[in-house]
Design a protein around this ligand. Structure first.
Ligand SMILES: Cc1cc2nc3c(=O)[nH]c(=O)nc-3n(C[C@H](O)[C@H](O)[C@H](O)COP(=O)(O)OP(=O)(O)OC[C@H]3O[C@@H](n4cnc5c(N)ncnc54)[C@H](O)[C@@H]3O)c2cc1C
Length: 278
């Protein structure tokens, strides 16, 4: 049986594990993480679907468009099937304002009712605003989404283990394939010096009922979603990295997870022959 270790239990680790477990039910997947929900980065985030460029470093626009589009499709499917509440999904209408002139984003056709604001409409919010838009989008609260995805995983037989790893090799020691979704942890685990924390704050309601400060796992070169290898003595263990989602991790999570599963599936077949023989 092919043993897969997914490092990390945030929206990207749990999503990647679920996508791969569905594609390869015969694999024994274990998620190893020092924090599970409600203590991951996403747990305090509202989880707004908005693929804004600034939050994702140098990730190519085409990849952001693809990953965010796949996530939108999944959110829409859950919502239309009446699973919105259990998955933590809501639809909200909002206005974004910029102090500089910005072209309409490539993803404008995805959310509902996207419309650019005219200069006069922007000026109504104050003289500093030069461009803006209105649209209706999803919020997917990870504090509700993650428990629902973990329930799906447990039903498929995926194992969950709370453990702090000192290196990716420690995970590779027990695996035929490692999927690295360690967020900020990638800075030490890979190690990848391009990963650094960007502070963010969410304050709920005008009368403050809860304040939460989190660190966005930013990577200057953008999201790292690619295959790699670890050498462990005479064993070569394939690795799929999926980290560095910055301020857009919820928005990109489902799309990235599907790509991780496809990549991992190819590696399983290349390194081990037909997966069902193992
Ligand atoms: C205030 C705030 C607001 C945000 N708002 C939004 C938003 O509206 N929309 C949006 O799309 N995104 C938003 N984000 C960004 C989003 O929350 C993150 O990009 C996303 O949660 C990252 O998920 P992840 O799974 O990649 O990493 P994480 O959730 O950070 O998970 C990393 C996992 O790796 C584990 N790990 C790390 N190191 C080790 C180790 N050594 N051993 C074992 N396990 C380890 C951790 O325990 C954890 O389980 C926001 C972020 C913040 C902080």
């Amino acid at each position: 049986m092919v043993r897969v270790v997914v490092v990390g239990a945030g929206v990207n680790g749990v999503g990647s594990a679920l996508a791969l477990q569905r594609l390869h039910p015969e694999c024994q997947i274990t998620i190893i993480a020092k924090d599970f929900t409600p203590n991951t980065t996403g747990d305090g985030a509202a989880g707004l679907w908005e693929p804004y460029r600034k939050g994702t470093g140098d990730t190519p626009d085409s990849k952001i468009l693809e990953w965010a589009g796949v996530t939108w499709q999944q959110f829409s499917e859950w919502y239309s099937k009446g699973e919105g509440k259990t998955r933590g999904l809501s639809l909200i209408h909002g206005t974004t304002l910029n102090s500089v002139l910005k072209p309409s984003p490539s993803w404008q056709h995805i959310p509902l009712g996207y419309a650019s604001l005219t200069p006069d409409q922007c000026a109504q919010f104050g003289p500093r605003y030069k461009s803006g838009s209105r649209f209706t989008t999803f919020t997917a609260e990870p504090s509700k989404l993650l428990p629902s995805l973990l329930r799906d995983l447990k039903a498929l037989g995926t194992r969950l283990e709370v453990r702090c790893l000192s290196s990716l090799k420690e995970a590779a020691d027990e695996a035929d394939l490692v999927i690295n979704c360690s967020g900020l942890g990638a800075r030490d685990l890979v190690p990848d010096p391009l990963v650094f924390p960007v502070r963010g704050q969410v304050i709920r309601s005008a009368e403050v009922v809860e304040e939460w400060v989190g660190l966005r796992p930013y990577r200057s070169k953008g999201v790292r979603l690619e295959a790699d290898e670890l050498q462990l003595g005479n064993r070569t263990i394939p690795v799929v990295h999926n980290y560095g989602h910055g301020g857009c991790g919820v928005t990109l999570s489902w799309g990235c997870s599907q790509e991780v599963a496809r990549l991992a599936s190819r590696l399983i077949l290349r390194h081990h022959g037909h997966a069902s023989k193992l």
